[in-house]
Design a protein. Structure first.
Length: 455
């Protein structure tokens, strides 16, 4: 490649994801243990299930498995959020979905920056769940004003990173040398800094308002608070964590275990208690901060609006059944409720509950005219076409809140009297978020066109 040839956003994203993983492994050594554990579980799962390995190979998901992870970051101002949108655009990552976590006791709303087309996802599906603090949810007006002043005074991006973002926007790309510099400079935004920017007293006041508010406001930058690898069997990973003495979350967030996994299941180890220095005149007070943790996820079938409505109704049934006089723990109630959600791919596909990606078999490649003469179901039954689940690339707000809550180190199960405010979020972002359902439908439709079953 010529030194002046721009790298693709996919290549820059891969470089950044690799650098982020190395940095986080250095900062949180237990993350390295987590990666080894997930690799072992995935290898064992593929060895005992050759059909799963073949399906992942067909859908371009096998090669990306070891590289697949998502991060999470929390910012404090619209300016920070809008600049992050521009930074992630350099890496081919775009805002998808709107998540309101305030109703679950977490004073933020969020989006996920990620690739949006099938080829980019196959190359590297790295995602960053990005939350914006809702300062209006701080009840104490004086404390709210103080937090706003602290946030407005900080700059979380290095000057070279800002210059390279502008270079990308003007030139339409970055050369290999510029991309390497961009990755190094962008990484500084996500790095952990153990020196707080506020006094210990201010930190404690913000901590009392909400632990996540203190995490966002009190530091030089919005440190990455977890980096999450993908496992093919989260129940086995959870058992392995506990067997190694890792302080794992007691409950796996998301749907129950199924033959055909759907959406997203997540677990984590408890947040680290990290030393922090707080400025105190010419000296510094020592303290601790709890925010960063290790998470594992298992991704399943992306559901259609019809499938998601069924999922939400069954989830509500399991929760409503937990009132006075209920029997069984939440896990049992959840599994019972989801008996009403089909658990085989043929039914899920025929009932329009999930998105599938279609591909020609060897027989279909040899006789494309036979494929075109019948329906999708005809082509599948004749062995001419395969239908593999489209992987869910996004997040579940209730699960995200559950993970956050379990790692905040306190009894933060409060609810905020706030309305979901997507318009305000998109104004801060400087763009509209993409509709995840439209993205999945497009991937499915493009695969049907490719095999000759749609135009």
């Amino acid at each position: 490649m010529n030194a002046s040839t721009p790298l693709s956003p996919d290549e820059i994203r891969s470089l950044f994801a690799q650098a982020m993983s190395r940095m986080y492994r250095d900062e949180v050594p237990l993350y390295g243990t987590l990666m080894e554990l997930v690799s072992e579980v995935n290898a064992a799962t593929l060895a005992r299930d050759p059909s799963l390995a073949a399906r992942l190979q067909r859908s371009d998901a096998l090669d990306r498995l070891d590289a697949e992870r998502h991060g999470a970051i929390r910012v404090g101002t619209p300016r920070e959020l809008a600049t992050l949108r521009r930074l992630f655009a350099v890496m081919g990552m775009h805002p998808v979905g709107y998540y309101d976590l305030a109703v679950a006791g977490v004073p933020v709303h969020a989006t996920a920056f990620r690739p949006v087309d099938a080829a980019a996802l196959a190359r590297n599906p790295f995602r960053v769940f990005t939350s914006l603090l809702r300062l209006e949810l701080i009840e104490d007006a004086a404390l709210r004003d103080q937090a706003a002043a602290v946030l407005e005074a900080r700059e979380i991006f290095t000057p070279p990173a800002l210059a390279l973002i502008e270079r990308f926007e003007q030139a339409g790309g970055l050369t290999a040398g510029e991309a390497a510099e961009f990755v190094a400079e962008a990484l500084e935004t996500f790095r952990w800094h153990s020196e707080a920017t506020v006094s210990h007293a201010t930190y404690q006041a913000l901590l009392s308002a909400h632990r996540l508010i203190a995490d966002v406001v009190c530091f030089r930058g919005p440190h990455i608070n977890h980096l999450t690898p993908r496992t093919l069997d989260i129940d086995a990973a959870q058992d392995a964590m506990q067997a190694r003495g890792i302080d794992a979350k007691a409950v796996i967030e998301g749907p129950p275990r199924r033959r055909c996994p759907i959406l997203l299941r997540q677990t984590s180890f408890k947040a680290l208690q990290e030393p922090v220095l707080f400025p105190a005149g010419d000296s510094a007070d020592a303290g601790t901060h709890t925010a960063r943790f290790g998470e594992i996820e298992q991704r399943g079938l992306a559901l259609t609006p019809k499938g998601r409505a069924l999922y939400d109704s069954l989830l509500a049934r399991a929760r409503d059944a937990g009132g006075a006089g209920s029997t069984g723990d939440y896990g049992t109630r959840l599994a019972t409720a989801f008996n009403d959600f089909p658990d085989d791919d043929d039914t899920l596909r025929r009932e329009g509950l999930g998105y599938y990606r279609y591909a020609l078999t060897d027989a279909g490649l040899a006789d494309r005219s036979a494929v075109a003469r019948g329906s999708v179901e005809d082509a599948i039954s004749m062995g001419l076409v395969t239908a593999d689940p489209v992987v869910y690339e996004d997040f579940l707000p209730v699960s995200a809140a559950g993970i956050f809550q379990s790692n905040l180190g306190g009894g933060e199960q409060r609810a905020f009297a706030a309305q979901s405010n997507r318009d305000a979020f998109e104004k801060a972002l400087g763009a509209q978020v993409h509709d995840e359902f439209e993205i999945y439908a497009r991937i499915e439709r493009e695969s049907l066109v490719a095999v000759g079953l749609a135009t």
